[in-house]
Ligand binder design. Structure first.
Ligand SMILES: Nc1ncnc2c1ncn2[C@@H]1O[C@H](COP(=O)(O)OP(=O)(O)O)[C@@H](O)[C@H]1O
Ligand SMILES: [Mg+2]
Length: 316
């Protein structure tokens, strides 16, 4: 007989090969992706870290963390021993697909230089995603990586990428594209193979949106492994001090130095409570402090430390 209770998932995120990092822009997706990659690499894993960008000439904030912001290559490149970087773009995927289909490299490269063809491929709503997914599948075929960690573009794109396979499979069930898409779908939806990490901020709207995103991903059968609450401000006050502050503030209307920061802190604390109370069981909660006044390099080092300290295991 099947138990009525959901069997909790106690495996660590590090048991999976594919980790898709998603969330709204500016929440810290890229630094969290870089931190996950650094943490896995430090733990001795062979890691591929990739960012989905519109094209090869876009500045990659993710790869910038590794000193390769402008890398234009199609293939993964070595950053350090056991650590590789890649850029995933629709056009690279299209090119890889055409090459596999035609097996004539020169012809494909010439065709891809045609502005008309590129415009055509980028104009259809699902074609850019098909390209990105095709390249992702090609990268996943390299079995030497323990982890492929992907910094996805804005939330909408992540959902488009995730919902793409089923739509495409209905139209092209087999052949090169069909097979690649099926492979991608299997890796994205098999809890033993991959999952998503959603990044959010300690503010009420972003938290609501990220919980909705988890729901949408669940509907697409993409397992969400963890939600990361990033940039949580430090609370320098004791309960007593806060009570005194509140008493001091009550009824005052004139502007006070630091009041905006204090109100922001209060909102962040409320948001964190919502976050702690509403993340569904089975999804790990990770909280990363706001590291104020630090440059990108120092922030990444702190974020890596925080991520290394939690083993991203399911909560219950
Ligand atoms: N926990 C943190 N503390 C301080 N700064 C952070 C933190 N997380 C991210 N940042 C900074 O916020 C900015 C946006 O982060 P980024 O990872 O590029 O966001 P996204 O990829 O979601 O657009 C960067 O300058 C980054 O250094
Ligand atoms: Mg980014």
């Amino acid at each position: 007989m099947r138990s009525v209770f959901r069997v909790p998932d106690r495996q660590s995120i590090w048991d999976r090969r594919l980790i898709l990092v998603t969330g709204k822009g500016g929440v810290g997706k890229s630094v969290v992706t870089a931190g996950l990659a650094r943490a896995a690499h430090k733990a001795g894993k062979r890691v591929l870290v990739a960012e989905v960008t519109p094209d090869v000439s876009t500045f990659s904030r993710l790869l910038n963390h590794f000193g390769h912001a402008m890398n234009k290559g199609e293939d993964p490149f070595e950053i350090e021993p056991r650590l590789f970087g890649a850029r995933i773009t629709p056009s690279t995927g299209h090119r890889l697909f055409l090459r596999a289909a035609l097996r004539v490299r020169i012809l494909v490269d010439t065709a891809m230089r045609s502005a008309a063809l590129t415009r055509f491929l980028m104009a259809a709503p699902t074609f850019p995603e098909i390209g990105a997914l095709y390249q992702l599948v090609s990268l996943l075929r390299d079995a030497s990586f323990d982890h492929v960690i992907v910094d996805l573009p804005a939330t909408g794109h992540a959902l488009a990428l995730a919902s793409l396979p089923k739509t495409v499979l209905r139209i092209v069930p087999s052949g090169l594209i069909g097979d690649a898409i099926r492979e991608g779908l299997e890796t994205m939806t098999d809890p033993a193979k991959g999952g998503a990490v959603v990044v959010t901020l300690p503010e009420s709207m972003p938290i609501t949106e990220s919980l909705e995103l988890c729901e949408s991903l669940k509907k697409l059968s993409i397992p969400v492994r963890a939600i990361v609450l990033n940039k949580m401000p430090r609370d320098p006050f004791t309960g007593e001090e806060k009570a005194e502050l509140e008493a001091h503030l009550s009824g005052r209307t004139e502007p006070l130095l630091g009041i905006r920061e204090y109100k922001k802190l209060k909102r962040a604390i409320v948001a964190r409570e919502t976050f702690r109370a509403s993340v569904p069981p089975g999804i790990k909660r990770v909280e990363i402090p706001l590291f104020e006044g630090k440059d990108d390099r120092a922030v990444l080092s702190e974020v890596t430390g925080t991520i290394s300290a939690v083993d991203l295991e399911a909560r219950r």
